[in-house]
Each structure stands twice: as C-alpha cells, then as structure tokens.
Design a binder for this molecule. Structure first.
Ligand code: DGY
Length: 325
C-alpha cells in the first residue's frame, strides 16, 4: 500500500510505516501544498497522513478515489468533511490525548505572559526602550487565587486547570454543552452558564472544538459581559472569537488582555492592530509544537494508518459508522 505524508514529520513515524512494508512518500517542500497539489499527490495513494489544515472537503475526497484511510496529525478535525469521508468509505483518525499537556502549557504560557505584558516588555528591551526602573509603568496583574473559566472543558482544559491550580491556586469554573462530572470531582470545578462564565472569570481560556455553535461565541456581546480586568486566551481555533470585536474590546478597555495561539486567518498579518497592543500576546499556532508531542502525534497517526493496512479499525477513528456497514 502507498502512503503519502503531506509535510515532513519525525523520522520515527516514517520508519514505523516503512517497517510495515508500506511504500512512503513525504512532501519535503518547505511550503504547504495547495489543494490541487495535494490532490495530484494523492492519486493512486491508499493512505494519507495529513499535516496542517488543508481543507479536506467533499471535492477533495471525491478527487482522490484510491484513498482508504486519512490520519490527521491534529486533534482538531474541523478541516475534514467526515460525512463525505464516510460516503467514500475512507476511515479518518485524529490525535487526541498526546497533545493535551503541550497545548495546555501554551495556554498557561499565554495566560502568564499576558498578565505581565511580557511580550510587550521584552520587545521594549529589543527596541532599546528600556530606560530606567519605572515604579508604575506597564504594571501587570497577578493570577494567584483568581478564577479561571474554561470554555470547553475536555482533556486540554483539564490539563490547564490542573496546572493553574497547582501554580496559582485558581478557582475553576467551566461551561460545556454537557457537564464533565469527572473534572468536577478532580478539580472541584464548578459548572456555570455561559453568561456566568463571562461575568465571573478573571481569565477565560477557550478549548472547544470549532462547530457552528462555538463559531464567534466570543463576540462583542460576550466581551462586554466580561470583567474589564479579564484576560481572554484562545489556543483552540481562531474562529471561536470574533477578531474585530476582540480588538475593539481591548482598545476600549472592555477586557484587560488577550493571548492567542490561533487567529483568523492564519497566518496573522504583521500589520494586525492586535500586535500593537501591550496586553496582547500572539503565537503562531504552536500549541502542540514540542519534540516530544509532535513525535507522539506522528507515531499515533502512523499507527492508525497501519490499522487500515492490517484491516482492523483505526484506534482513533472519527467516523466509526464506516465499520458498521
Ligand atoms: C490540533 O491538533 O488541532 C492543533 O490545532 C494543531 O493542528
């Protein structure tokens, strides 16, 4: 069977596929393939290990009739049409769990960096603007004992809550579609309505999947309900917040700061007004970008493709209905 890997991944995972007798081609280009280039590359290919967020929509799946399995090297799967994949009998998997700690670390990093205006202050040093010891300039705010509100308390949110409790004794509240009783027990987390999440949190961190329900959930109305001292963090998907509304809320002092690892669009343009604000930290979607986690993600994606080759269900299957027929 032939495997195509859409971007370079750790050698361990490539070797794992080769040891299984699979014929592996890796796109070694330094740039992302366009959709048409990816379609061309997938002709006659049985298995795709897809890195990054190319839109694997119904037209793409239709145009690649030889595909039997797609392993996404991501936990998010908003960029693939699962219904179309099932229609074409293509098994699709993602990489949950293995990236929870690294992504929660990124949210924690942003929370702390925003609270101390760290990117802005570090930039001042780089620009030669560190003049003398200012007692009252650009003061930060402390996190100890504050309330962390988690929007979408799953594995990543739980990992962040654990870190925030251990480091800063933060109170945890959360809003989900349904209650997470295990997390409530583990973290003494309190389930609240979305409005209470907005009005009670000192920091709100978004960890939900992107869906019609979560798209632009953090908009002008939501930012107006938040405390003027609150920090908004998003390491999930850029469309969960409305960027123009977030910018206005920060410029008008409706909220205190924001930390983003995801933007809309990606990449964010260098002239984006958010980048001029002292209380904003933006990272280039590095949530899971550690050697350890990226290796685990690639190995997990490879093992899901090996399952297809062996004729057994993918362990991290996203469209299990294909096994029912
Ligand atoms: C994920 O795993 O979904 C991250 O956003 C990286 O793609």
């Amino acid at each position: 069977m032939k495997v195509y890997i859409s971007r370079n991944i750790p050698t361990e995972a490539i070797n794992l596929l080769k040891e299984q007798g699979l014929s592996v081609t890796v796109n070694e280009n330094s740039t992302l393939l366009s959709k048409n280039e990816l379609i061309d590359a997938c002709q006659g290919v049985d298995l795709l290990l897809n890195v990054a967020h190319a839109d694997l929509d119904a037209a793409f799946l239709e145009a690649c009739p030889s595909l039997k399995g797609i392993a996404l090297a991501s936990v998010g799967y908003d960029h693939i049409d699962l219904t179309a994949a099932s229609k074409h009998n293509i098994a699709v998997s993602n990489t949950p769990d293995v990236l929870s700690e690294a992504t929660a670390d990124t949210a924690f990093l942003l929370m702390l960096a925003v609270s101390r205006k760290a990117f802005h202050r570090a930039n001042q040093v780089r620009l030669g603007q560190w003049k003398d010891f200012e007692f009252m300039q650009d003061l930060g705010i402390e996190l100890y004992g504050k309330t962390l509100g988690i929007y979408g308390l799953g594995r990543i949110g739980i990992a962040l809550a654990r870190k925030a409790q251990a480091a800063y004794n933060m109170n945890i509240i959360y809003h989900n579609r349904s209650r997470n009783l295990e997390a409530e027990k583990l973290l003494q987390a309190r389930y609240v309505s979305f409005d209470d999440l907005l009005t009670q949190s000192d920091v709100i961190s978004a960890h939900s999947f992107l869906s019609p329900e979560t798209t632009y959930r953090f908009n002008a109305d939501a930012f107006k309900r938040m405390k003027s001292s609150a920090i908004f963090i998003n390491t999930a998907r850029g469309k969960i917040h409305q960027e123009a509304d977030l910018t206005a809320a920060l410029q008008n002092g409706e909220i205190w700061g924001a930390g983003l690892d995801v933007t809309d669009p990606e990449p964010m343009l260098a002239n984006n007004p958010l980048l001029d604000l002292p209380n904003v930290c933006v990272l280039p979607h590095i949530g899971s970008a550690t050697i350890e986690t990226r290796t685990q993600m690639a190995l997990l994606a490879a093992s899901n493709l090996i399952a297809v080759k062996n004729g057994v269900p993918m362990p991290q299957i996203l469209n299990p209905e294909i096994y029912k027929g």
